[in-house]
Write a protein that binds this ligand. Structure first.
Ligand SMILES: [Mg+2]
Length: 385
């Protein structure tokens, strides 16, 4: 080895061992939705998200984004803004590349709050991949070779309004439509019936009850919906009721997907152990980030289950992190990555592109390959730790 090469290698080792977090910026990112998004748990009109930027003494910085749905995770932008400052204090002056140690420290202090933890996890992975000079998917051992299409989600409304929205999405070219349900059997069957009539029999439909049914209603409704050729049903019963989820699955003609009942790897292990579902729906905002998402996928593989990835109201920034995970793990076979299409503004630079028919393309860039406009951030409330 030449002296120059050896010197470069030693310098890079030293950087690896000595790199330190110097400063963390926390921003409140507020973007109005184009139209209200309605699910059985509540209505969302704005994406009130958090952005974190972790700076290091090597000149590399990492970005992360999260979106708290209080109905699902119990976090709000305000609560996250507070907790983010505590997490930032824990991270300061530490090595950002030692992700296992950093996340263990965070998890010791912040027991729940998976959504805000996911923003830090994302920023740390961005730094690690930038340091390795690899796209994140490549760092995780993946290949950017998959043609993936997001579905598009129809809000929970009256049947005729839902049918019109579904038809609009079909005409825009989306390859599959997700339908929000979860009130009662009569109304939910009427909704799916109206949508099928409007969009025809070819386009795949998937449904999401968002915990809105009890066990009896879920089984009866899913049996009544069998004729409409449904791909799968997310979260039919309340999230805590894993026993009834298994009962529903055992009697349902439609495959069951765990969403709100699946936050982290412990939930994944329990649900798989009792045969409660056919699919996992992984969201970084529930898992606490990429690190735990990889553990959930490993459990899915071990149990012979497949996964979907989903989102809350994140911008293209967090969805880019999710796309890296998709390219890294082929266990993920369904893609519900439509949230950025619902936002009225797009302040993200780089990152995933939405192509024709809801196709998502991940660019070949180092790290996450996505950032947020400085000009946009300057308008946001911010704190520096
Ligand atoms: Mg869901």
């Amino acid at each position: 080895m030449s002296f120059t090469k050896l010197h470069r290698k030693i310098t890079s080792m030293q950087t690896y061992q000595n790199i330190k977090i110097t400063e963390i910026e926390i921003f409140k990112l507020n973007i109005p939705l184009k139209e209200p998004f309605i699910i059985s748990l509540g209505t969302i009109t704005n994406a009130n998200n958090i952005i974190v930027r972790i700076h290091t003494d090597s000149g590399i910085y990492g970005v992360g984004e999260c979106c708290p749905y209080v109905y699902i995770v119990g976090e709000t932008q305000e609560s996250e803004f507070e907790i983010a400052q505590k997490i930032a204090l824990l991270l300061k002056n530490k090595n950002p590349l030692q992700i296992e140690d950093r996340l263990t420290e965070i998890n010791r202090v912040v027991k729940f709050n998976p959504t805000i933890r996911s923003a830090f996890d994302m920023a740390l992975y961005d730094i690690l991949a930038k340091h390795a000079q690899l796209p994140l998917y490549a760092l995780l051992g993946g290949t950017n070779d998959r043609k993936i299409f997001t579905d598009m989600t129809v809000s929970l409304q009256e049947p005729d309004l839902m049918a019109a929205q579904a038809l609009r999405f079909k005409n825009q070219g989306f390859r599959s439509i997700k339908v929000k349900l979860g009130t009662n059997k009569k109304d939910d069957v009427a909704r799916v019936c109206a949508i099928r009539e409007a969009v025809g029999n070819e386009i795949p439909l998937r449904i999401d009850a968002n915990q809105g049914w009890d066990c009896i209603t879920a089984i009866a409704t899913l049996k009544a919906l069998e004729v409409f050729d449904i791909e799968h049903c997310e979260e039919p019963v309340p999230r805590w009721n894993n026993v009834d989820l298994a009962r529903v699955r055992s009697q349902s003609p439609i495959p069951i997907m765990a969403d709100e009942s699946l936050f982290d790897e412990h939930d994944a292990f329990r649900l798989a152990s009792i045969g409660a579902c056919d699919y996992f729906n992984i969201k970084l905002s529930k898992s606490g980030g990429i690190n735990n998402a990889l553990k959930i996928i490993a459990i899915a593989e071990a149990a012979g289950l497949k996964s979907q990835v989903g989102c809350m109201s994140e911008s293209r920034l967090a969805l880019t992190a999710l796309a890296h995970l998709v390219m890294a793990r082929k266990n993920i076979v369904h893609f519900d990555m439509d949230s950025a299409l619902m936002l009225s503004e797009d302040p993200i630079i780089g990152g995933i592109a939405y192509l024709k028919d809801g196709e998502i393309r991940l660019p070949e860039k180092i790290g996450l390959g996505a950032d947020i406009s400085e000009e946009y951030l300057n308008k946001m409330k911010k704190i520096i730790i």
